[in-house]
Structures are given as C-alpha cells and as structure tokens.
Design a protein. Structure first.
Length: 97
C-alpha cells in the first residue's frame, strides 16, 4: 500500500451470525449467506476457506463458481470434480455490516 492509496481505503466490520452446518454444498443463497468450507486437500491435510455474504454477489458468481473459488483460496490445486465438491463440509452464516 502506498501513501497515494490511503484516501481510497475503506474499512468495514461484519458481525457474523446464525452459523448452520448443512448437508449439501449447494444449500445456501448467493447474496444472503456467507459460507465457510472445510475439505481435505490432495495431500491429506484439512483446509478451510470462507467468503462473506456479499462476495459471490459482487463477483457475479453462481454456487459452483463460488465453491470452486473457495477451494482455490483454501489451497486446493487438483482438478475440481463434482464428486469432490460433495465431500466438502459447508457452514453457512449471515453477516451484518
């Protein structure tokens, strides 16, 4: 970050509430729920990643694009298959700005 960028910085705080574990990785609503995923990577390590509720909507992503982006964010490097997506543990939540 440079001094010239300071005037354009924006800071916000989100209160994350109503965490719910769900059985299906597609059981959440874009723009409504934040999601946290937990998965086992190709090396056998447990990994996690999360997006706040506004991320998928701002990016114009659907459920699959969001999940795949989160897997990459969490460090998953192997090809992503539908079978692998079904192994993800997903927690959905609400965020209040």
């Amino acid at each position: 970050m440079t001094r010239d960028e300071l005037p354009r910085l924006f800071c916000s705080v989100s209160l994350l509430t109503n965490f719910e574990d769900v059985c299906d990785y597609l059981d959440w609503e874009v723009g409504v729920h934040g999601i946290r995923i937990e998965f086992i990577n190709e090396k056998g390590s447990k990994r996690t990643a999360t997006y706040l509720p506004e991320v998928a909507k701002e990016q114009g992503w659907d459920h699959i694009q969001t999940i795949d982006s989160l897997l990459r964010k969490g460090g998953y490097k192997a090809p992503i298959t539908n079978e692998f997506r079904k192994t993800i543990k997903l927690t959905r939540y609400h965020g209040i700005l």
